[in-house]
Design a protein around this ligand. Structure first.
Ligand code: FAD
Length: 496
């Protein structure tokens, strides 16, 4: 689109401007690039942040990385995690969350450890594949204003000091916890009541220390709640709660840090990479969209990291939003489609935050009883299951009796995985023997829906196990709807 004719002083234009080039902005840019959408990413900093915050992501995120064609590059750099254990002050386990070692139905492992700067580097390199995506670092977005033609972003090129006006049809604020776009859009975010200062310490082991183990450990110790995480290679992380009377600047000093780490290791055994204090908060923005302005990632929600789901939620935001933006920009749907973004994503992320806050209560022992089932005894740990929330109210089609969750990714008869066959598009999965007439096939073709008629046992047993003859899947791999008979299939086809 050439928007310069609207305003002579405009320096640049794009269909979507993404403010913020963290993991969420980077993933969203890759997804939009894949859709061929003219996208401009603005980032204040010169380079990706060189130290990690997130250390874990899940199978669903890896599936999104697969969608953008980067899973193969990421896989050699990750470590599959066996799970997480919560122990009492005596070291006795009270709760265990084992993560299955075989691939899940989603097609990837349940839990990965990773080094965030490496992931961000791959996401950034991935953008070189897309001629429609442009990245500008050292550009700070200062203000956004909507007019009849779209949005004007006022930004400063930090290299030259030049002030610019950039035009966009949509702006997505992936600008992190202190998002200025969130402040522009809305009211005070909902506070889900967790706000603590924690010291985050990253270390590089100088020698193997197998006794630390591969499981993450949550030390539910009222005297000093702490988390241990095995990172990739020789990387190890401790997160340690700070007391109200402890001074942040004082607590990040190496001698203080080593004193806190004394129960686990000494300065001879590891090199201190960094120690920093973070505020672990739990908030959800309201709303996530105002006209042509949208939020994603930490700008939209923040969670204490006890489930390792903050970035994961942001990656899910990107996967939910990108295809909707692309459809609206291509004229396949009207802008109302974008309203489903918040209604679907906000309840989903709230479930993760609520569980993380409850687990935080267990770790800091302030709400231990509330977090554990009745009758739990130290040394006889209860097992925690992975939650798989459904999307909140939003898009649906056909018969809506199945949960609106991520659908499995079976391997098809030709050895290809489902997503590789479908691409970042809608799919209609058909039970063997189910047929579609020419009009239905025409409509599906026009709507860019891939019809998958394959006899692979994993696909067929997924359909027959749910008693359906067809399932419609969205580009973000969530279930859109299903059909149990020919009449419902006709409706499903009409509503995709
Ligand atoms: C200690 C800790 C541990 C964590 N562990 C996990 C974990 O294991 N798993 C997990 O999933 N999550 C975890 N998280 C959360 C995760 O780190 C964040 O959710 C994630 O990094 C957020 O990504 P983002 O892209 O939304 O924002 P950010 O990474 O914060 O990126 C925002 C970007 O926007 C840029 N920006 C801001 N304002 C402007 C502007 N006006 N103009 C231009 N650019 C701008 C910033 O420079 C920045 O690069 C953890 C967090 C912490 C603190």
């Amino acid at each position: 689109m050439d928007a310069r004719k609207h305003c002579a002083a405009e320096h640049e234009s794009a269909d979507v401007v993404i403010v913020g080039y963290g993991p969420v902005g980077g993933t969203l840019a890759n997804l939009l690039g894949q859709c061929g959408i003219a996208t401009l990413v603005l980032e204040r900093e010169q380079a990706a942040y060189h130290l990690p915050r997130a250390v874990h992501f899940d199978d669903e995120c890896m599936r999104v990385f697969q969608t953008i064609g980067l899973a193969e590059a990421i896989e050699p750099l990750v470590h599959v995690s066996p799970g997480m254990r919560f122990v009492d002050p005596a070291g006795l386990p009270i709760l265990e969350w084992p993560r299955q070692q075989a691939r899940t139905p989603v097609g990837w492992h349940a839990s990965y450890r990773f080094h965030q700067p490496e992931l961000e580097c791959i996401l950034r390199q991935g953008l070189a594949r897309f001629p429609t995506v442009r990245v500008r670092t050292r550009v700070e977005a200062l203000a956004v204003d909507e007019d009849a033609a779209g949005v004007i972003i006022r930004a400063e090129d930090l290299n030259t000091g030049r002030l610019e006006r950039i035009r966009a049809r949509y702006v997505v604020g992936c600008d992190g916890a202190r998002s200025f776009i969130r402040r522009k859009i809305g009211e005070t975010p909902d506070d889900l009541r967790f706000d603590e200062r924690w010291l985050v310490v990253d270390l590089l082991l100088k020698q193997p220390k197998p006794e630390l183990g591969d499981w993450s450990v949550q030390y539910c110790n009222p005297a000093r709640p702490a988390t241990y995480v095995r990172g990739t290679g020789n990387r190890r992380r401790w997160e340690i709660a700070l007391r109200d009377d402890e001074d942040t600047a004082e607590m990040v000093r190496p001698e203080k840090v080593w004193a806190l780490l004394a129960p686990w290791l000494t300065p001879n055994e590891a090199e201190l990479e960094r120690a920093a204090c973070y505020r672990f908060q739990s908030i959800v923005a309201r709303p996530w969209r105002l006209g042509r302005l949208l939020l994603a990632g930490d700008a939209a929600h923040q969670t204490p990291p006890f489930l390792g789901q903050g970035m994961c939620a942001g990656i899910r935001d990107a996967a939910n939003l990108a295809w909707k933006l692309a459809r609206v920009l291509r004229g396949l749907d009207d802008a109302g489609l974008l309203d489903s973004y918040e209604t679907e994503r906000a309840p989903h992320v709230r479930e993760y935050i609520a569980l993380a806050v409850r687990l935080g209560g267990l770790i800091n022992t302030k709400a231990m009883q509330a977090a554990l089932p009745d009758g739990t005894r130290p040394g006889e740990p209860v097992t925690m299951d992975t939650i798989k929330p459904e999307l909140g109210p939003g898009l649906s089609a056909g018969w809506t009796g199945l949960p609106r969750q991520v659908v499995p990714q079976p391997v098809l008869s030709d050895g290809q995985r489902l997503d590789a066959h479908v691409g970042y598009r809608h799919a209609l999965l058909l039970r063997a023997g189910t047929t579609l007439d020419a009009a239905a096939l025409d409509r599906l073709g026009n709507r860019d829906v891939v019809v998958v008629k394959d006899t692979a046992p994993a696909l067929q047993s997924f359909l027959s196990g749910h008693g359906v003859i067809a399932v419609a899947v969205r580009p973000d791999r969530y279930l859109l709807g299903a059909a149990r008979d020919a009449a419902e299939l006709a409706t499903l086809v009409q509503q995709i």
